[in-house]
Design a protein. Structure first.
Length: 305
């Protein structure tokens, strides 16, 4: 089944890593400890999955796993599978909202979610990812406000990777707000495959999700105010800055021969982002150099445009 992801994640970018602080709004069943047995399949409490529709065709794509992060006993295992009867490839998928699937044409809609009455800065949690055939996963959040019959999107964010991660690892999705309005509903969802072409066998594990409210930077590590996301789908390095005041900032991309491949000239940046493209470059190792407030930072990347 080819799920339509573009409408859900269009325009959502950003990953930032900060220290964990106590969340104000709990995520229901965030550690996937509680599951309901429906006879032929199980679903995590408060979460919806395609299992109800797919068990009719002899399979499910979300299961309770005993491979878990520290504490607790379970995690959620999302697996991409081929449904032979339907000739569909289906990703593992969980959502805090209501999932409605049209089996005939392989589309779906999402509605609802869980209550929230504050403004978190990040969605975080722990994951493991074993991709097949170049698959990528996505873990995302949307925040909404309903007034009367109109529901507006207040903020959104997502984390995505193609990398194989076999140990439980912290992910962090920066939440980008488009208004100062406080949301009343949140929907968190995750796909084992986040692209149109789905490869059966790809597995994503999720555990211990939480909302974070960290702001500012770590005074003991000035570089913590600079966070980089490699958007492989668009061949861009997106650099996020979280500093109290704007300072002159320039970016340079070098190959391993020390040749300058791309540059962004100096301009004041405090809290914001700058984007440097690396399209049409040969596959290989590159170095991104960032000069911010007369301090130089660099990071090595393997780029595969």
């Amino acid at each position: 089944m080819k799920y339509r992801l573009l409408l859900l994640i269009a325009g959502i970018v950003g990953i930032i890593v900060t220290d964990r602080t106590a969340a104000q709004t709990p995520i229901p069943n965030n550690s996937f400890e509680n599951w309901t047995n429906h006879g032929t399949y199980t679903d995590p409490d408060y979460w919806d999955t395609p299992n109800q529709e797919l068990f009719l065709f002899g399979t499910t794509v979300v299961t309770k796993s005993t491979d878990h992060h520290d504490g607790g006993n379970y995690s959620a295992k999302l697996e991409s599978k081929h449904i032979a009867i339907l000739s569909y490839d289906v990703p593992g998928f969980v959502t805090l909202g209501k999932l409605t699937i049209n089996i005939t044409n392989g589309t779906y809609t999402l509605t609802g979610g869980a209550p929230i009455n504050d403004q978190p800065t990040h969605l975080k949690g722990y994951y493991k990812f074993i991709p097949q055939g170049g698959d990528s996963c996505v873990i995302a959040i949307g925040l909404f406000k309903t007034i009367g019959s109109v529901t507006d999107t207040i903020a959104s964010g997502y984390f995505s990777t193609k990398d194989t991660v076999t140990d439980w690892t912290l992910f962090s999705a920066w939440i980008n707000y488009t208004t100062v309005t406080t949301p009343d509903t949140m929907n968190i969802f995750a796909f084992s495959t986040a692209q149109t072409v789905i490869t059966p066998g790809t597995v994503l594990y999720l555990d211990d999700l939480f909302l974070d409210y960290s702001t500012g930077i770590n005074e003991n590590d000035p570089a913590s105010g600079i966070n980089i996301y490699n958007d492989r789908e668009t061949s861009r390095l997106i650099v996020f800055f979280e500093f109290e005041k704007p300072e002159a900032t320039s970016l340079y991309l070098y190959n391993m021969l020390g040749q300058q491949i791309a540059t962004l000239p100096s301009e004041p940046v405090g809290h914001g982002k700058r984007i440097i493209s690396y399209n049409n470059l040969p596959k290989g190792i590159y170095i991104l150099e960032i000069i911010h407030s007369d301090k130089k930072y660099s990071r090595k990347f393997f780029l595969n445009p």
